[in-house]
Design a protein around this ligand. Structure first.
Ligand SMILES: NC(=O)c1ccc[n+]([C@@H]2O[C@H](COP(=O)([O-])OP(=O)(O)OC[C@H]3O[C@@H](n4cnc5c(N)ncnc54)[C@H](OP(=O)(O)O)[C@@H]3O)[C@@H](O)[C@H]2O)c1
Length: 326
């Protein structure tokens, strides 16, 4: 099942396959597993694939070509230009590089990966318009654009997406960014929908979470060596939420992933829910999430259970607390 993505003419599946983990973002990764993960995701009915030049310096884009190059006409591909490449000439060069990596003539949606204060946004958007006029990209958008940046972007161009961190453990966008996107008709692609695996039903306690993933603002920087922010986090509220999610799994018979993805699909302005996997078996499990739809009572319970954590973490949408957004 596909629907039209926002203001574009693209027909996309509700789940988007996220290619970052396949390029080794979460540790050692066998290439064959990544290729199988991509093919099995496609076999589940996912036609929308999200990558970026930053994922393995182009390797993720190359993998996508290798795994699914022969399906290109049936796919919608989004990619992103890295934050350091937002000067107009660099955007043009980066796009050409991504096109070669992907083995395609056109990228369906091309995004600015993160804001960059050193380059006037008008110049970056101007380069995106040039690429669109040249037929190298179909639509363009942004990622990690906060309340001020999204206003500026929508004033400058026809923004087709804002890709943002959004899941039950991180609802920061709801304070200001989501309402702005909704009002401007800019669909949100949610990332880290499974909180990098915490919402994949593998962990009973936050303490079990892999140390290299416990870097987000929810985790106390004094306890987790790899957290580079300076916040004390909200681990007690996070653990309470995790406990309540497990209780809901028991009560409803649904899986943790059903709850996580079903909740996101019900939220306003969400145009696509990105999920990443590491191998074919994990991708095959995405099939049952394609049309998951939760009862209103379950949705209400999830919203209520995650409210305290939402309030404690507040409105800073940079999930890693690096002050990159505004
Ligand atoms: N725009 C941005 O700045 C940005 C930032 C981050 C991500 N993203 C996008 O969002 C995508 C996904 O986000 P994410 O990578 O943060 O992670 P995610 O989708 O929240 O979680 C992915 C992890 O969930 C686990 N998982 C998935 N399916 C599973 C299954 N069936 N059984 C068990 N575990 C399962 C795997 O953990 P294990 O590794 O433990 O197996 C996998 O690595 C990325 O690939 C990328 O496209 C964008």
């Amino acid at each position: 099942m596909t629907t039209t993505f926002g203001n574009t003419d693209l027909k996309t599946s509700p789940l988007v396959y996220g290619c970052m983990g396949g390029a080794g973002a979460f540790g050692k990764q066998e290439e064959q597993d990544s290729i199988e993960a991509l093919r099995e995701a496609f076999n589940c009915g996912i036609n929308f694939f999200d990558t970026a030049e930053a994922y393995g310096s182009g390797y993720s884009e190359q993998l996508l070509k290798r795994a699914l190059g022969n399906k290109r006409s049936e796919m919608v591909i989004s990619s992103k230009v890295a934050r350091d490449n937002l000067a107009p000439a660099d955007i043009i060069t980066a796009c050409d590089r991504s096109l070669r990596n992907l083995g395609t003539d056109v990228i369906d949606i091309y995004m600015l990966h993160w804001p960059n204060r050193d380059v006037p946004l008008a110049e970056s958007i101007g380069a995106l318009k040039t690429l669109k006029d040249a037929g190298k990209i179909r639509w363009y958008g942004v990622s990690n654009f906060g309340r001020h940046d999204i206003d500026e972007a929508t004033d400058l161009g026809e923004i087709s997406v804002n890709q943002l961190p959004y899941h039950l453990f991180f609802r920061a966008i709801e304070f200001e960014v989501l309402p702005k996107c909704e009002a401007a008709g800019v669909p949100i692609m949610c990332y880290s929908s499974l909180m990098q695996g915490l919402l994949a039903g593998k962990y009973k306690s936050l303490a079990e979470f892999p140390v290299n993933r416990a870097r987000t603002r929810m985790f106390d920087h004094r306890k987790w060596a790899e957290a580079t922010h300076t916040e004390e986090g909200a681990e007690a509220a996070g653990q309470t939420l995790l406990d309540e999610l497990w209780a809901l799994v028991d009560q409803t018979g649904l899986s943790m992933e059903d709850l996580a993805i079903g909740w996101l699909k019900s939220r306003p302005a969400v145009g696509g829910v990105i999920v990443g996997t590491r191998n074919g078996a994990q991708s095959r499990a995405l099939k049952k999430l394609m049309d998951v739809s939760l009862d209103p009572s379950v949705l209400e319970a999830l919203t209520a259970a995650s409210e305290l954590l939402k309030v404690e973490l507040g409105c800073d949408i940079d999930m890693w607390g690096k002050n990159r957004t505004r």
